[in-house]
Design a protein around this ligand. Structure first.
Ligand code: ZN
Length: 162
């Protein structure tokens, strides 16, 4: 059983699913669903369509380089069946998937960090400028937040880079 990749969106095409197009120069294009096939017929470039893997890879939105991707490889020569190897592979698959998910999580967290710290800076600034937003009893002993927060964010960023 061979799992193919969709030419347009790069998702997995399972046996019995999707459609295959063979161009008259014998190049094979596989599509996971009619959505991808239609986009191909419209001559769209997958790199310019936002929901494809190619677009996300190109803009650094997904994790692209990782050791867990090395396991998945296309072989044109059939492997000789070995019970032990098959057993170990089946055991390893969930573990590898778990590791990959963890790494993807940290990748996304890292990407979001810049936006998060920016919005926190903006909030602190707004609070410093608009003290009336606070309840009256808190205004008397209020300390400006911006300076404290900026230095705090800087140390956080340094920690992330290490
Ligand atoms: Zn597709």
């Amino acid at each position: 059983m061979r799992l193919e990749k969709c030419w347009f969106c790069s998702s997995t095409v399972y046996p019995g699913h999707g459609i295959q197009f063979v161009r008259n120069d014998a190049k094979v294009f596989r599509f996971c669903r009619s959505k991808c096939h239609k986009n191909f017929k419209m001559k769209r470039n997958p790199r310019k369509v936002k929901w494809t893997k190619a677009y996300r890879h190109l803009r650094g939105k997904d994790m692209t380089q990782d050791a867990t991707f090395e396991f998945e490889r296309k072989r044109n020569r059939p492997e000789r069946y070995d019970r032990n190897v098959t057993e170990q592979t089946l055991k390893a698959i969930p573990l590898i998937t778990k590791i990959r998910h963890e790494r993807q999580k940290t990748h996304i967290n890292k990407r979001q960090q810049a936006g998060k710290s920016m919005s926190r800076k903006k909030d602190a600034k707004e609070l410093d400028q608009d003290l009336q937003m606070l309840p009256k009893k808190d205004i008397a002993h209020y300390e400006p937040k911006t300076k404290v927060l900026v230095s705090q964010l800087k140390t956080e960023e340094n920690l992330m880079e290490e």
